[in-house]
Design a protein around this ligand. Structure first.
Ligand SMILES: [Cu+2]
Length: 104
């Protein structure tokens, strides 16, 4: 009995970890690592800004479909993608830093 309570408690602790980030992109000056990621519909991508930038780094969809707030150094932001497709994006402050999120 005690063991099953412990097992259930451990499962409940694991749930937030499994729904957190399905893919993570590291963001920096003119840098996205990896720039291209593939996820399943309903999963999310977390962008983590590593570099200090006046005003922060902003992640924006090329078509304006999504946009992050300005990310300070060590700031993170997640976007969930419900519909399959290819989503092109870039860093607003570094337009040459481009990537694609493929949702299957
Ligand atoms: Cu920068």
């Amino acid at each position: 009995m005690r063991h099953s309570i412990i097992a259930v408690s451990m499962l409940m602790l694991m749930i937030p970890l499994t729904v957190a980030a399905d893919a993570t992109v590291q963001v920096g000056h003119n840098r996205l690592e990896p720039a291209n990621v593939t996820i399943q519909a309903g999963e999310s991508v977390t962008f983590h800004n590593q570099d200090r930038m006046p005003g922060g780094h902003t992640i924006v969809a090329d078509d304006g479909g999504f946009s992050s707030p300005p990310l300070e150094q060590d700031g993170s932001w997640s976007q969930t993608f419900e519909s399959p497709g290819a989503y092109s994006y870039h860093i607003e402050q570094h337009p040459g830093a481009k990537g694609t999120i493929t949702v299957q």
